[in-house]
Design a protein around this ligand. Structure first.
Ligand code: ZN
Length: 490
């Protein structure tokens, strides 16, 4: 039975959905003002694996992942220019052009990483009326106040009735000391009060009418609003990166409790962060690598391009609650590991069954299930698959046998866990789908050459057969003759 680590209770809990057979899950998506980078890839892949596994377990899953296209200001607090509006100003575009452009590119990158589309992908800008209604509910309950056309959460008042800071394990005093005093905060009662609605400054180009001012919603408001709109006032899982725990998720909890009188989320899940060569990722460290730069190898910290499946495999090699450190050397090792997995799968598909099984493959399905049930322990699933790769190679090298029933089961387990649950594209190249097509054609061309060599040998045309073998070997191919024909690798 599936156990997941609940950030709120700080322990692993058996997953019990609120509604039999159904799961509602919300994950904070990107703010679409720039290209997706590794920091986007990790939550996307982590919760993609959860989405896939829940479906594998037979649940009907409604997965909501939002697009933030308004209200995310330069500073995570309530100040600064809107990130999208700023990009639009710099590039002389309509803000929605910026949103569309980067949303398309985000989708392209997610597709390359084999991240499934969520069931609903709502935009914050498409839910302004719902957000205004949510703010009004909080005002009606007395946990917010209007100041100069903006609406702020009255954190002090809220904290008297509800535990503020429970998710991130902070108390109000710590939050007070952590909160920076920024310009324009004079209208707030306290620096830690956060905006539910902001009156737009004259230069602010994205704004909507509301009962309080012409303005825009606070960033945290969209997730409370859209989560409960599509999943109900109470739903099962809310995920995101650890960096969102405070203030974003803490604010979401406060908004829900203030408006509805209770939490909306049963299980809070957070993936750990990514570092690059031991350093936090950030523009100021010059290590801010976009996914496209990884795929093309266009960054000074990269020795070569790395395909999306290498990135996905590398992320899955660590448990989602551990940190992951990216470096070219680590990725090169991951690339080799992934190639071994692909090779084993290719050999598995070509195995011929025998009367009995001599290799050790018992219990693989149970082992993979057990690892996934243990808070999505993907590195252990991979380890089990690599263990079974040894058995596959033994049979392929004619040093062992496998029965037809065992072979079918082995293929089924790989299909379920490697392909469906972990979402690894094992057939074709580790690159994009376009590269995969090219890879397929290239494999067929090599097969064709070796088929011609086989025919030459059968015709005792040694000159041709040797020429094909020698030239392919010179290009770096390893060719093995087998009882059924040939095998090759690069
Ligand atoms: Zn969010």
């Amino acid at each position: 039975m599936l156990q997941i680590y609940n950030t709120l209770t700080r322990q692993k809990e058996y997953f019990r959905p609120l509604h039999e057979g159904h799961v509602g899950m919300y994950v904070c998506g990107p703010t679409v003002y720039g290209d997706a980078h590794l920091g986007h890839a990790r939550p996307a892949i982590t919760f993609d694996v959860l989405f896939r596994y829940l479906q594998e377990l037979g649940y009907k899953v409604r997965y909501v992942r939002n697009i933030t296209d308004v209200g995310h200001l330069e500073h995570d607090a309530d100040e600064g220019e809107d990130k999208i509006a700023k990009k639009a100003r710099l590039e002389q575009l309509e803000p929605m052009e910026v949103v569309q452009y980067y949303t398309n590119r985000y989708h392209r990158d997610m597709e390359a990483l084999n991240v499934l589309s969520p069931s609903i992908e709502p935009h914050a800008s498409g839910h302004i009326i719902e957000q205004i209604n949510f703010v009004q509910k909080i005002l009606d309950k007395g946990y917010a106040y209007v100041a100069n056309g903006s609406v702020y959460m009255d954190v002090e008042k809220y904290a008297k009735d509800f535990p503020y800071g429970k998710l991130s394990g902070r108390n109000l005093e710590q939050i007070v000391t952590e909160t920076r005093e920024l310009d324009g905060q004079a209208e707030k009662k306290h620096s830690y009060d956060f905006a539910l609605w902001k009156k737009a400054a004259p230069e602010h180009i994205m704004h909507w009418p509301s009962p309080w001012s012409e303005g825009f919603p606070g960033w945290h408001m969209e997730c409370s609003t859209m989560g409960t709109k599509y999943l109900g006032e109470e739903f099962d899982i809310h995920g995101g990166g650890m960096d969102l725990m405070f203030p974003h998720h803490e604010a979401e909890i406060a908004q829900s409790c203030a408006a509805l009188g209770h939490d909306s989320v049963r299980y809070w899940m957070h993936n750990n962060m990514i570092t690059i060569a031991g350093k936090k990722m950030g523009k100021s460290y010059h290590n801010f690598i976009t996914l496209e730069q990884f795929f093309k190898g266009e960054h000074e910290l990269l020795t070569k391009p790395f395909g999306p499946m290498t990135i996905r495999f590398f992320i899955l090699m660590a448990h989602y609650r551990s940190t992951v450190d990216f470096s070219s050397a680590a990725l090169e090792a991951a690339e080799k590991g992934f190639a071994r997995l692909q090779e084993a799968y290719a050999r598995l598909l070509k195995l011929t069954p025998a009367a009995a099984t001599s290799v050790e493959i018992k219990g693989l399905r149970e082992q993979c299930a057990e690892a996934m049930d243990d808070d999505l322990n993907t590195p252990i699933v991979l380890q089990h698959l690599f263990d079974s790769a040894k058995a596959i190679n033994t049979v392929a090298d004619s040093k062992g046998t496998i029965s037809a029933a065992d072979l079918d089961e082995l293929k089924a387990v790989w299909k379920t866990y490697a392909i469906d649950v972990l979402g690894l594209r094992l057939e074709g190249a580790a690159g994009s789908s376009l590269e995969a097509d090219g890879q397929e054609a290239y494999k067929k061309a090599i097969d064709l050459l070796l088929q011609m060599r086989l025919e030459a040998k059968q015709n005792k045309d040694w000159a041709t057969s040797d020429k094909i073998r020698n030239e392919l070997t010179a290009l770096g191919f390893t060719i093995k003759d087998t009882k059924d024909g040939f095998e090759w690798s690069l």
